[in-house]
Design a binder for this molecule. Sequence first.
Ligand code: ADP
Ligand code: MG
Length: 475
Amino acid sequence: MSLTAESVWNNCLEFIKDNIQPQAYKTWFEPIIAVKLTENALSIQVPSKFFYEWLEEHYVKILKVALTKELGKNAKLVYIIKMENTYGNKQPFTEKIPSSNRTAVKSQDVDIPLNNKSPELRNPFVIPGIRNVKIESQLNPNYSFDNFLEGDSNRLARSAGLAVANKPGGTSFNPLLIFGGVGLGKTHLAHAIGVDIKDKYPEKTVLYISAEKFTQQYIDAIKKNNRNDFIHFYQIIDVLIIDDVQFLSGKSGTQDVFFHIFNHLHQNGKQVVLTSDKAPVDMQDIEQRLLSRFKWGLSAELQTPDFETRVSILKNKLYRDGVEMPEEIIDYVAKNIKTNVRELEGAIISLIAQSSFNKKEITLDLARIIVEKFVKNTKREVSIDYIQKVVSDYFQMDIDTLQSKTRKRHIVQARQLAMFFAKKFTKASLASIGSQIGKRDHATVLHACKTVDNLSSTDKQFRKYVEDITKKLSV
Ligand code: ADP
Ligand code: MG
């Protein structure tokens, strides 16, 4: 029977599968395609440079064993990196790495130019003198890698973050997109990367900003007619960290300007770090060209921490606060609060506070009461019905009026606000929001969201409505 690339690789896979964790196998081996076999060299195609680096760093030994078993001691492995459609409409980018002769499974460095040698000199936009302006990083030094505890749920994101911090702009994790649910540590990790870079490379300009603030700044810049200054400012940043990019959904102007800034930074080997509450595939109303760029580097998910990690997070918190707590209480809290690290910390903080204010001993009963409050309070997700009720109460109208077809300005505004908050506070799609708020279509909802955005930045009274209702919805 003659060997084919596929048969050789399948045999390797069988061996590898038996020797590593199923999840790791799925993540790192299933996406590989065997492409070619020539004598003793097997070529495999991997989806990104990061993928290749990860394999080399973590699985080189097992690959070597597997391949030697199949092809003898002179076996070689050749990686072919095939990235998803990258720059515009160009052909997919393929790179072949010749294998070295010395070791069986070892490839030469993948040499993707990173252009990060004094890119400022090539930057035609730099405003003379602006580089002397000190840019405050807006980083929170309390969020560090040291106190970001590692677990299976965050290992990939955390290590990628560390790699970026060691070599900003110099790894293939560019952009690094950290995504995951509420309270799982996205903001913490994003800051930690920035803080660590500032520590290692004090001369680098690092900037942390939320997508919301970025949007606000952009709107202000448009108003003041200095869009270009805005762009230039962002183009001189070495490490740009934007938190909660899902906020850019539906905001095409801000997306457009971010697209230009992103391209500029990326081309000049600057590092971009993004966080989002969703994976790129699930982001709605973000332009395709921007989404495809989010996928250029690495998207790393923060998952809900397992029990052990939750216990170590709690213990670390207690240790830092110099508080002692019985093991069984820590266990109880960790067992019962599972999906959100912020809540986990919140519960332990109330527990400490309760016991010290009331001079009560921390008992399991007290823990039970507090945890119950936490779990109950946070379970209540705001529903679209509730939003309609709050908005119509606020404007002293009934829900039927809010939903009616009338074009009276104040009613239209109330309806638009309800749609805006439904988009903001629920996971419902535009279409489903529309159908629940007076049977409108998704375009109407989208228009409503944009109108509210516009009005709240131009109209003081209207902004007050938004703030008031936000408060009512958040209690
Ligand atoms: P997100 O931005 O994802 O909503 P945050 O970064 O604000 O979440 O995290 C919420 C809280 O949980 C913060 O106080 C953060 O320090 C803490 N936290 C999250 N993950 C970890 C972790 N792995 N180790 C220690 N603290 C964590
Ligand atoms: Mg956050």
